[in-house]
Ligand binder design. Structure first.
Ligand SMILES: Nc1ncnc2c1ncn2[C@@H]1O[C@H](COP(=O)(O)OP(=O)(O)OP(=O)(O)O)[C@@H](O)[C@H]1O
Ligand SMILES: [Mg+2]
Length: 376
């Protein structure tokens, strides 16, 4: 059962490329001032392709433009490439934007320039190119996007999808460390959408580029390794696909979930958070109010009960065991202390999510009752 642990360590020691904490945003002034983002937290790491989905008006573009330093951050903290955007002076904002590839719906191509020259213009934002680079790179990127026949065409002669691909080439030509894209494949047919995705995935895999894409396109969603869902200005789910699959697989092998449906497990998995505890620390304390349900993924814990005289060890738990359900089910204080005997990692599920799962799945309830009957 070690695979599951490694996935939680995959970002250990790596700084996020985008780190949003408690980001809030408002539009309008005075009485018409309306909050559109509420305490958004998001960490994206090198090489991640993350999708931002959600209903129209849920705040996706607002979050994307804040991340790109295209609007001023009002509340919370946003660090992009290690730089804080809160109160960032305008010249620093301009410098940061130059390191980001933007693919937005409004293409903003310059009509008097050819496709290749539009792309070439973006190269001036970065130092160090040779004249050979200026000659070759724009054409090469356009070729990667299936646009080699249109390098000399001006935007007025191109279709919407072709213009979109020129805009994408322009965003990619400097090989930015971050790409922020708003519906990049909306105007594209199947084949060119696929080409764009392949190129983005390649940039992520080979160059560690971090890519955040707003989209409803199922093909793009398939290509992602993170899916972040927004509703009414809040991030409601944030799923790492690889982690989700491993968590589901792990839960399936835990006796408490033995008869639970795959869809319930998937649902639970996306809300479970990994927590670590040092040796000799308490995970839950007898007499406290219950707030979470736990599944042990690594290390061992003792279950301890204290009566007047002494502390008795009721059980020792290991990977795959779960605990903490009793206080949640019965609305009673914790009946025992669970203490880590060595460094321990757990998956924790909030009380509300736990109770929802129990309500939705009678087999889970049966297993939990059985456990309660035989344990503390
Ligand atoms: N410039 C603005 N002034 C006032 N309100 C705005 C402005 N831009 C966006 N809003 C409002 O903020 C909320 C979030 O908008 P946003 O554009 O971020 O949504 P979205 O999720 O990108 O939607 P869509 O999928 O339709 O593009 C909406 O209620 C929108 O009406
Ligand atoms: Mg939008």
């Amino acid at each position: 059962m070690t695979g599951i642990e490694s996935v939680f360590r995959k970002h250990e020691g790596v700084e996020p490329v985008i780190h949003a904490a408690g980001v809030g945003h408002w539009f309008g002034v005075q009485e018409s001032r309306l909050q559109v983002l509420f305490s958004c937290d998001l960490d994206l790491y090198p090489g991640e392709v993350a999708i931002l989905t959600g209903p129209s008006g849920s705040g996706k573009t607002t979050l994307l433009t804040l991340t790109g330093a295209l609007r001023a951050l009002e509340q919370g903290s946003l660090q992009v490439l290690g730089r804080e955007l809160k109160n960032m002076p305008p010249p620093a904002q301009v410098a940061l934007r130059r390191e980001i590839g933007f693919i937005f719906q409004a293409h903003n191509l310059i009509d008097s320039l050819t496709a290749a020259d539009n792309v070439r213009l973006a190269m001036q934002l970065k130092d160090g190119y040779t004249s050979a680079d200026y000659a070759q790179r724009p054409v090469a990127v356009l070729r990667d996007l299936g646009m080699e026949d249109f390098a000399r065409a001006k935007p007025g002669r191109l279709s919407g999808g072709q213009r979109q691909r020129v805009a994408i080439a322009r965003a990619l030509v400097n090989e930015p460390r971050i790409i922020l894209a708003d519906e990049p494949t909306a105007a594209l047919d199947k084949a060119s959408g696929k080409q764009v995705l392949q190129l983005l995935q390649q940039l992520a895999a080979e160059r560690g580029c971090t890519i955040l894409i707003v989209t409803h396109d199922a093909r793009v969603i398939e290509a992602a390794n993170r899916i972040v869902n927004m509703v009414d200005g809040r991030i409601v789910t944030d799923v790492d696909i690889e982690q989700q699959a491993l968590v589901c697989d792990f839960l399936k092998r835990c006796s408490v979930f033995a008869d639970s449906s795959p869809s319930l497990l998937a649902d639970i998995a996306q809300y479970m958070r990994a927590e670590s505890f040092e040796a000799d620390s308490n995970i839950i304390v007898e007499g406290d109010e219950g707030d979470k349900f736990y599944v042990l993924i690594g290390g061992h814990c003792d279950v301890l009960h204290r009566d007047e005289e002494r502390t008795e060890r009721l059980a020792t738990l290991g990977p795959g065991d779960s605990f903490g359900e009793l206080a949640l089910l019965r609305q009673l204080p914790r009946a025992a202390t669970v203490r880590a005997v060595e460094p321990v990692r757990v998956l924790a599920l909030s009380k509300d999510r736990f109770l929802q799962a129990v309500q939705a799945d009678s087999s889970l309830y049966r297993h939990l009752r059985k456990m309660a009957a035989i344990s503390f």
